[in-house]
Design a protein around this ligand. Sequence first.
Ligand code: APR
Length: 238
Amino acid sequence: ASAQRSEDVIQRYMEVVAGVPDEDCIICMDQLSNPSGYETPASDAGGHNILPDNVGKFIKCGHTLHMLCMLAMYNNGTKDGSLQCPSCKTIYGEKTGTQPKGKMEIYSIAQSLPGHPDCGTIQIIYSIPPGLQGPEHPNPGQPFSCRGFPRFCFIPDNDKGRKVLELLKMAWMRRLIFTVGTSSTTGEPDTVVWNGIHHKTEMMSNLSGHGFPDPNYLDNALSELASQGVTEACLKPP
Ligand code: APR
C-alpha cells in the first residue's frame, strides 16, 4: 500500500470543494480562502496536480482543509496509504505504525484475574529484540533499545477479552502496539515504548496501576484500539 503517489492518497479520501467555507485550515491556521503555503510538488507521473488554493473535504467526516497542507502532513508521516482527519481523527484506509520486528505469543492460564473470578486468563508475551532504526523512526540508522522485554500482558478469558485479543493481533500486524521513541516513564530516548493501547502487565498485583481489578479495562482497550482504526469491522472478511 505504500508504493503509491501521495497525491493519489489525498484525492482518494478528499474531494475539492467549490464554495470555500469561511473557516481556517486546521493545519496551517490560515483562512481557507487564502492559498496553502505549501507548493504543488513536481509531478512525476499522471494524475491531477493539487493546487495551493484547492480546499478539500474528507469524504466521510466532511471536515475541510487545504489539500496541500494535508499532503504535507501525509508526506511527513509513514506514508502508508492511510489518512487521519486532523480535526476529528477519523481514519481513512488502514493506519499502520512503526513497531519494530518481534514476536507476539498467546497462552492460556487457568488461574483467574482479580475482578474476573468466573474465567481464566489469556497471557500475551511480546518479544522485540534491539536493532537499528528505520526511516520511519525518529533517528534513522541509530540503534534502538528494548527495556522490559519480553513484556507479559493479561486479559480475562471471556467473550469481550477474546474480542480484545483478536483486535490486538490485528493491531500487532499493523505495527501499532509499540513504537520507537522516548519512554515517558524512564526518559530514555530511542527505545521501544507502548503506543497508546494500554495493556495490563501485572496479573495478581497492581503496584504500577497497570494491574487488576479494573472494571473499565476491556472497554478502554476497545476504544484505544478504535482510535488506531482497529475495530470489529476489521475482523469481518471483506
Ligand atoms: N505497564 C503497562 N503500561 C504502562 C506501564 C506498565 N508498567 N508503565 C507505563 N505504561 C503506559 C503508560 O500509561 C503510558 O500510557 O505505557 C504508556 C507509555 O508509557 P512509556 O513510559 O512511554 O512506555 P514504556 O517505556 O514502553 O513503558 C513503561 O511499561 O511494560 C512496562 O516494562 C515496561 O516498565 C516499562 C513500562
